[in-house]
Design a protein around this ligand. Structure first.
Ligand code: BDR
Ligand code: CA
Length: 311
């Protein structure tokens, strides 16, 4: 199985991504590391443990990483995800303990103890923990197989400012360091994830699944959809973060280009913008597979069928 570490700020769509990964035998989730993002770390680490417990996979350890961006104040998104970050259903307080080890140290240790090129990082929140791990232990950079992340936007521009996508905007310095690190990058921007919209029939099919995970996903996406309909006039909830896991399971669902992507860290209006050289006009070396399209129906079939396997 493909070994991965999920770095996350749950988040309803993060939660669906975690469930999708835990339902998939092709992936071995070595650990889940929480980061500050959608809500503060004290909530994201609890939410991550709630989701792992819901999945029944309490063999997967959960860690807490950094509680703030490298050099900025934390910006959160309760307006999207609710006060808890995981509004939509009530889950019991988790009994799964938080690991004592620092989440960034876990990333470093895992990359050092597994064979080089065998561990993939899947960041679906701000890139703070990944950048911090690379700062603490530059020797691990060349050991990372690839980074498959949700973040950025090109044609779809921004969702937190007119120019920037939330995950990159919250910690642009971290993003800039990760994008410059030389690790193979797969980037799932809003251009893809705003096409990954739930519809009524899918949500009701999830709600009708016999276990507890399907109805949980329906509750989360219903909450998320209420937000999004008001803001974007779109009919469904965007499942941003599950696209990263889906790419690992079936990259043929997605289309994009190998291009150069730089992160704006000092723009007057554009801080956190992903400067994606789609038309290859800069001459800069490509550093990312930047995706643009997804087979939406196949993606939702995959998520449904996988989550149906969970309790
Ligand atoms: C990203 O920001 C968060 O709100 C979501 O969980 C996703 O990772 C989308 O911009
Ligand atoms: Ca997220």
């Amino acid at each position: 199985a493909q070994k991965i570490i999920i770095d996350t700020d749950p988040g309803q769509d993060d939660a669906v991504a975690i469930l999708l990964a835990l339902a998939s035998p092709e992936l071995q989730v070595l650990g889940i590391v929480a980061v500050a993002g959608n809500v503060p770390l004290a909530l994201t680490e609890v939410n991550a443990r709630k989701v792992v417990e819901l999945s029944g996979r309490t063999d997967v350890p959960v860690f807490a990483g950094r509680d703030r961006p490298l050099s900025r104040e934390l910006v959160t998104a309760e307006h999207v995800h609710g006060k808890t970050g995981l509004d939509g259903i009530e889950l019991p307080a988790p009994t799964l303990p938080l690991q004592a080890q620092d989440g960034v140290d876990f990333i470093v240790e895992t990359l050092r103890t597994h064979d080089a090129g065998t561990v993939t990082l899947v960041p679906i929140g701000p890139l703070t923990n990944i950048a911090e791990a690379f700062r603490r232990a530059p020797d691990i950079i060349e050991r990372v197989q690839q980074i498959v992340l949700m973040g950025g936007a090109y044609f779809e521009v921004g969702n937190i400012t007119p120019a920037a996508e939330f995950n990159i905007y919250v910690d642009p310095e971290a993003a800039a360091e990760v994008f410059a690190a030389g690790v193979p990058l797969v980037v799932m921007p809003l251009d893809v994830t705003h096409k990954a919209l739930t519809d009524r029939a899918w949500v009701e099919a999830m709600r009708a699944l016999p276990g507890r995970c399907g109805p949980a996903v329906a509750g989360w996406t219903d909450f998320f959809e209420r937000f999004d309909t008001a803001k974007y006039g779109s009919l469904g909830a965007p499942l941003h973060d599950p696209c990263t896991i889906a790419w690992l399971l079936d990259p043929d669902l997605f289309q994009g280009r190998h291009i150069n992507v730089e992160i704006e860290i000092e723009g007057r209006w554009t801080t956190g913008m992903t400067i994606a050289d789609w038309w290859r006009v800069s001459g800069r070396t490509p550093n990312a597979l930047f995706l643009k399209d997804v087979d939406r129906d196949a993606l939702f079939d995959m998520i449904h069928d996988r989550i149906a396997r969970l309790p």
